[in-house]
Ligand binder design. Structure first.
Ligand code: TXA
Ligand code: MG
Length: 345
C-alpha cells in the first residue's frame, strides 16, 4: 500500500495535519519535516508503535530514538529532573535544533531509549512538526527519515522510494531549513558534552558561559568495543556505495591540486564548492554551494546522487572543522568511511 500524501509544500493548510496526528495517536507511523531533517514519527509512549519505526528503518535495536515535544509540560513528564545548565540551554535554544539527554522517568518505554536510563529530547521549531505533536497530544519518537546507513532525508523526493508504503502518512513540507541533524548534547558534571555536532555549535553553547567538550569520536573512527556516550556513533551512516575520499587543506589551491591529481587517474565524481567548479578537469562535478549553510542544505542529496555515475571514486572537498564546519566534517568523514587526506598549507 502506498502512503497517504499530504502536500504542505507551498501552502499553510495546517488543518490537514489533524489526520496524520490521529494516525500517530492510533499507533501508526508518519513521515514529517523538522527544521533539521525529515523524521519518521510514532507515539513515543506506545511501545508497539515505536517498534514499527525500528522495522521501517532496519535500525539496530540498541540505537535509541529522540522524543520530540511541543511544550515543557511534556518534558517534565518524561524526565526525572531538569538541571540548571539544561534550563539555560532550553531557554536559549528551544524550540530548535538541539537535542538534550536527560535521566528518563518511568513512563518512557525502554524501546525508545534502547534500554538506557537516559532519554534524548528535542523541541523542534518547524511549524508542521510542532503542530503534529500538539494535535496528537503525545511526544513523538522520531529518527531521521532514511533506511539505516543511508543519508538522512532533507527533501521528500530523496526518500520516497525507500519509505513509501512503510508509513501511514507522508507530510511534504518541501526542503528542510538546515539539512543536518540536531546537535546532541549531555551535561555531565556541569560540562556540556557534544555527542553529535550540528547547527548549534560549541561556540553557541560557550556563549552562555558553559564549558563544552567535544567527544573524540566525532572526528575519529569508532573502534570495536570502545565506550561511547551515544550509540549512534557505532553505526555506518551516510555512506554511498562508491568509495569516497575526503580531501581538505586550509589552502584552497592545494586542495584543488590534490583532488585533480587523484581524479586524473580515475573515473571520478567530484563534490566541490560552487566557486571551485571550474578548477577541476573531471567531467562529473557536483556543486555543494559556497557557504557552510548551503553545504548543509545540499550534502545529503548529493551523497545520494553519486552512485548514479558508476564512478570508481568520489572525491569530496572538506571544510574547516570548527563552528558549523565540525558538523559537516563529522558527516563527511563517516560518508567516506574515514578515508581522509589533509594537506598542510
Ligand atoms: O535532527 C534530528 O535530531 C533528527 C530529527 C528528525 O529530529 N532526528 C535524528 O534522529 O537525527 P536519529 O535517530 O537519526 O539520531 C539520534 C541520535 C543517534 O545518534 C542516537 O544514538 C542518539 O541520538 N541518542 C538517542 N538517545 C540517546 C541517549 N539516550 N543517549 C545518547 N545518545 C542518544
Ligand atoms: Mg539518523
Amino acid at each position: 500500500m502506498k502512503s497517504k500524501y499530504i502536500n504542505l509544500k507551498d501552502n499553510q493548510n495546517y488543518e490537514k495535519i489533524k489526520e496524520p496526528a490521529q494516525a500517530i495517536k492510533q499507533g501508526n507511523l508518519v513521515l514529517f519535516p523538522t527544521e533539521t531533517v525529515y523524521g519518521i514519527g510514532a507515539n513515543a509512549l506506545d511501545e508497539k508503535a515505536v517498534k514499527k519505526i525500528y522495522e521501517a528503518k532496519g535500525r539496530a535495536s540498541d540505537n535509541p530514538l529522540i522524543a520530540h515535544i511541543s511544550n515543557l509540560e511534556m518534558l517534565k513528564k518524561l524526565v526525572t529532573e531538569i538541571g540548571e545548565r539544561e534550563k539555560k540551554l532550553i531557554e536559549k535554544f528551544w524550540p530548535g535544533p538541539l537535542t538534550i539527554i536527560f535521566n528518563k522517568s518511568n513512563i518512557v518505554p525502554n524501546i525508545i531509549t534502547a534500554g538506557l536510563e537516559t532519554v534524548a529530547i528535542r523541541m523542534p521549531s518547524n511549524e508542521i512538526a510542532k503542530r503534529l505533536i500538539e494535535y496528537s497530544g503525545v511526544p513523538i519518537a522520531a529518527p531521521s527519515a532514511n533506511i539505516s546507513g543511508k543519508p538522512s532525508g532533507t527533501i521528500v523526493e530523496d526518500i520516497l522510494e525507500e519509505l513509501d508504503g512503510k508509513v501511514e502518512y507522508i507530510i511534504d513540507g518541501g526542503m528542510v531549513d538546515i539539512g543536518l541533524e540536531s546537535t546532541v548534547i549531555r551535561v555531565i558534571d556541569g560540562k556540556v558534552h557534544i555527542l553529535r555536532p550540528g547547527k548549534i555549535t560549541k561556540e553557541d553553547i560557550e556563549s552562555l558561559g558553559i564549558e563544552v567538550e567535544i567527544e573524540k569520536q566525532i572526528l575519529g573512527k569508532y573502534e570495536e568495543g570502545e565506550k561511547v556516550l551515544s550509540p549512534g556513533i557505532k553505526y555506518k551512516h551516510y555512506a554511498p556505495n562508491t568509495k569516497c575520499i575526503l580531501v581538505y587543506s586550509n589552502n584552497n589551491e592545494k586542495m584543488v591540486e590534490k583532488i585533480n591529481e587523484v581524479s586524473n587517474e580515475k573515473n571520478a565524481v567530484i563534490l566541490c564548492r560552487t566557486s571551485n567548479l571550474e578548477k577541476y578537469n573531471a567531467t562529473n562535478k557536483l556543486a555543494m554551494g559556497n557557504t557552510l549553510e548551503e553545504i548543509c542544505n545540499n550534502i545529503f542529496t548529493l551523497l545520494r546522487k553519486v552512485d548514479k555515475y558508476n564512478a570508481e571514486i568520489v572525491l569530496i572537498e572538506g571544510v574547516q572543522k570548527d563552528g558549523l564546519g565540525l558538523a559537516i566534517m563529522n558527516r563527511l568523514l563517516r560518508a567516506c568511511a574515514y578515508n581522509y587526506i589533509e594537506i598542510e598549507e
